[in-house]
Design a binder for this molecule. Structure first.
Ligand SMILES: [Zn+2]
Ligand SMILES: [Zn+2]
Length: 261
């Protein structure tokens, strides 16, 4: 029997170059080429990140703010972390909202929030049989970046936006994890020479990474690879990018995309 443990909805899949169309024709609907700030909804109540568009994305899928129990912050850039939106979610609830950040993050705590400071590489039980581990990411150190592995009943998925390549300890931690799903940063399109190599991935970088991730058994032939944090100004259209990624066995996320693990 192969039951799923995680129901994941991509609430946003953009890097920081948001389309002006979000203010007009797509203000209350999703579009593959008008992406919102990167975020995920997991099992109806857990959020990864809470950036500029999170309230809008939740309203598009018809989710009430008070159903959110936990927010896991990858880092403190404004497309992932926007304090007034966290305050609004917390304010909609009776019980405190749990907000999980890297242990060293410098962050203000809004009312009705329980801040949970995560030690890197330590596994936390978040309830309902789910655990989370945070690993340091190769991104601006001033925003306390971390990647996550969520696990339930042996099924694991990795979320790695934002970050370029992997830091040494993080790469070693991924050995033999046999992830069902990897969501990888793919800010930059299919060209070489971009200056962001030390903080974001490009398609040529992903082409190099996937075989090595297979070698260390972070992924196997059944793992799904989904690329997100797409910068529309650095990529071709969504449809063209889907075709490019298919050649090396990856999928391209879009706002509203649902995946089960
Ligand atoms: Zn970002
Ligand atoms: Zn960032």
């Amino acid at each position: 029997m192969n039951t799923s443990e995680f129901e994941i909805t991509f609430l946003g899949t953009c890097a920081h170059d948001f389309s002006p169309k979000l203010k007009a024709e797509y203000k209350d609907k999703f579009d593959n080429d008008a992406r919102r700030a990167s975020a995920l909804l997991i099992n109806d109540s857990l959020l990864i990140d809470s950036g500029l568009h999170i309230l809008n994305s939740l309203s598009i899928i018809g989710k009430s703010l008070n159903e959110i129990t936990d927010i896991f912050l990858t880092h403190l850039h404004i497309d992932h972390f926007y304090l007034p939106n966290i305050a609004e979610i917390a304010g909609s609830k009776q019980e405190a909202l749990r907000v999980w950040v890297r242990e060293d993050a410098e962050i203000e705590c809004p009312k009705n929030v329980t801040l949970i400071r995560m030690k890197l590489f330590e596994k936390y039980d978040i309830g309902n049989g789910i655990t989370i581990v945070g690993m340091p990411a190769n991104h601006a150190p001033t925003v306390f970046p971390q990647h996550f592995i969520f696990e339930k009943h042996g099924k694991k998925f990795f979320y790695g936006c934002d970050g370029g390549w992997f830091l040494n300890q993080t790469f070693n931690y991924l050995k033999n994890t046999e992830l069902e799903l990897m969501v990888l940063d793919c800010t930059v399109g299919d060209y070489i020479g971009d200056f962001r190599m030390g903080e974001h991935n490009s398609i040529p970088m992903i082409r190099l990474m996937l075989p090595s991730l297979r070698t260390i058994k972070a992924i196997n032939d059944h793992s799904r690879i989904i690329l997100s944090h797409i910068a529309p100004s650095l990529h071709k259209t969504h449809a063209e990018t889907v075709a490019i990624a298919k050649e090396f066995g990856a999928e391209i996320a879009f706002d509203g995309f649902k995946v089960t693990v």
